[in-house]
Design a protein around this ligand. Structure first.
Ligand code: GLC
Ligand code: CA
Length: 566
């Protein structure tokens, strides 16, 4: 399959709370996005994905929706949103919104009804179970730490929530609930959105036998995610949803988010012939540097070790080769749930900018649709707040309670984990300039700005030819003008090399070679002799312009892309 707009798109993910505040209340908003559309257009972005802006008590910054049909006041009105669509379309750009099907807020009218009594017509919109001798129905662990069950004394039942307890899971077995969801989706389609990023879709189904697990030493709950992730019924729900909604809008794109999806699962979710999603956001490459055994008392994402580059390359290859010709990849380094990529897989040191360019090259020269996360294009980094009170993410606080609160870890240890891994790393305000509050707002923002904004900001980089931002622009221009880089196949070389990423993209006659040094050491590399070419032309590089040779001596974080002539 070729030539679909979403295959040739450059997506940019916006976390609206932190993007741009247009009215000086310290919170980003829809009008703020509109004000920055020209910036995005100039970057080469063709579509934006905006994280939830629905009415919400903001327990999980809007992923806890209390009304799917209106916007949170701080973000604006439906009129603002229509204006955003109009302004995007004027610029030949598109809008993808977040669609949250797995749960609602506990303040959603459905849940308020549901918890009232066992006979309420909304009771079965959610998942209620009796306790197990004074304990929760199962000992399954929530993604945010603690139990997936919350006791509700009104009826003496527990309800299930794989995320925060203010986000009760919907019961997708209930056809009435599904019907209400489809009505809602149709409403947004009619309003003119161009696509959906379908949140947490992997969890729509669970094992209704609710087996208990033997908990490891010192642990109360078990991270048995497979009991409520990527189960077969999820695909039936997606197919039904499409029949009722998306299929009637052939230009609309859907991007599923499926934590824990293997290559096999990914093909189920988005192979061209399956009629489910157009693309899938899977996480295989995101947490290759965890070390679960080092701290069994925290979910594994809170642990780490050095990245083994071979694992990352294996992951790239798995999806690049595994999906080729069968399904379409997404390409992303990070999002609003991940640490900043420079801090995670790159460096915050003096070479940060060269490294940022290398990371962009390694990833975005692959096959699939790029999804840039806001601020990545200027090299935004993790933040290290000294005080727990400066953090905002609900996940941090549930984790802290489950560890420090239960005497399993010290405050100092958990602060270090938070500095490395918390989602707030990605959620500090966008750094527009070196003015107060990074030019994000005229007042103290809802979460503190990363103090490095005086050095790392959009203004500074717009005005500097060799900036990371300008490199992003050049890289995406090349990509967009080179069908081989969009549709070509992917071949990985030097798989066992611990420092170098080397691959080719080729499409019939044309071939490109991408050569990157992932770390901060000088490295010698010998081109494998099955890469055949007569001549080569350098397309883009991040340090110097050098010819391709059999023996190359690469500088730290050096990135080079060549066109090969046979
Ligand atoms: C997804 C979102 C994340 C949210 C969760 C629950 O993983 O990306 O931010 O907390 O779903 O909606
Ligand atoms: Ca605002």
């Amino acid at each position: 399959m070729r030539g679909k707009w979403w295959q040739e798109a450059v997506l940019y993910e916006i976390y609206p709370r932190s993007f741009y505040d247009s009215n000086g209340d310290g919170i980003g908003d829809i009008q703020g996005i509109i004000k920055k559309l020209d910036y995005l257009k100039a970057l080469g972005v063709t579509a934006i994905w905006v994280c939830p802006f629905y009415k919400s008590p903001m327990d999980d910054n809007g992923y806890d929706v209390s009304d799917f049909y209106s916007l949170a006041e701080e973000y604006g009105t439906l009129e603002d949103l229509k204006m955003l669509i109009e302004e995007l379309h004027k610029r030949e750009m598109r809008l993808i919104i977040d669609l949250i099907l797995n749960h609602t807020s506990d303040e959603h009218p459905w849940f308020i009804e549901s918890r009232k009594n066992e006979d309420n017509p909304y009771r079965d919109y959610y998942i209620w179970r009796k306790g197990n001798n004074g304990k929760p129905p199962t000992n399954w662990e929530s993604f945010f730490g603690g139990s997936v069950w919350e006791y509700d004394e009104t009826t003496d039942y527990y309800y299930m929530h794989v995320f925060s307890k203010k986000m009760p899971d919907l019961n997708w077995r209930n056809p009435k609930m599904r019907e209400d969801m489809y009505q809602m989706i149709k409403w947004w389609l009619e309003l003119g959105v161009d696509g959906f990023r379908v949140d947490a879709v992997a969890h729509l189904s669970r094992n209704w036998d609710f087996p208990n697990y033997k908990a490891p030493e010192g642990k109360e709950y078990v991270a048995c995610y497979h009991e409520y992730s990527n189960r077969p019924e999820v695909h039936d729900y997606i197919k039904e949803m499409n029949e009722r909604t998306m299929n009637h809008y052939p230009e609309v794109v859907t991007i599923g988010e499926a934590g824990g999806a293997s290559l096999e699962d990914t093909l189920k979710y988005c192979a061209y012939d399956r009629n489910e999603f157009h693309m899938l956001i899977q996480f295989d490459h995101c947490w290759l540097d965890t070390d679960p055994d080092s701290a069994p008392y925290v979910p594994s994402k809170w642990t780490w070790k050095d990245l083994d580059l071979r694992d990352l390359k294996r992951s790239f290859k798995k999806y690049q080769v595994g999906l080729y010709g069968k399904a379409w990849n997404t390409l992303y380094w990070s999002n609003h749930d991940q640490p900043r990529v420079l801090s995670h897989y790159g460096t915050e040191g003096p070479d940060w900018e060269v490294c940022g360019k290398m990371l962009a090259t390694v990833l975005y020269m692959q096959g699939g649709t790029p999804i840039i996360y806001q601020g990545e294009e200027i090299g935004m980094m993790n933040v290290k707040f000294d005080n727990l009170e400066d953090y905002r993410d609900v996940e941090i606080f549930t984790l802290y309670k489950e560890t420090v609160g239960k005497g399993l870890a010290t405050h100092e240890e958990m602060m270090e984990r938070i500095h490395h891994r918390s989602r707030d790393n990605a959620r500090t305000p966008m750094q527009w300039s070196d003015e107060p509050y990074a030019g994000f707002s005229t007042t103290e923002p809802w979460i503190k700005v990363n103090p490095n904004y005086t050095k790392i900001n959009v203004d500074e980089q717009l005005n500097r030819e060799d900036s990371l931002l300008n490199y992003y622009k050049r890289l995406f221009k090349i990509r967009q003008n080179t069908p081989t880089l969009i549709y070509g196949d992917f071949k990985l070389y030097l798989e066992d090399d611990e420092n170098i990423v080397l691959y080719t993209r080729s499409d019939g006659n044309e071939e490109y070679l991408v050569l990157c040094n992932f770390f901060d050491q000088h490295v010698k590399v010998t081109l494998p002799n099955d890469i055949e070419y007569q001549a080569s032309e350098l397309i883009i590089s991040n340090i110097r312009e050098i010819n391709l040779q059999v023996e190359m001596n690469l500088q730290p974080y050096e990135a080079l892309v060549y066109k090969l002539f046979k």
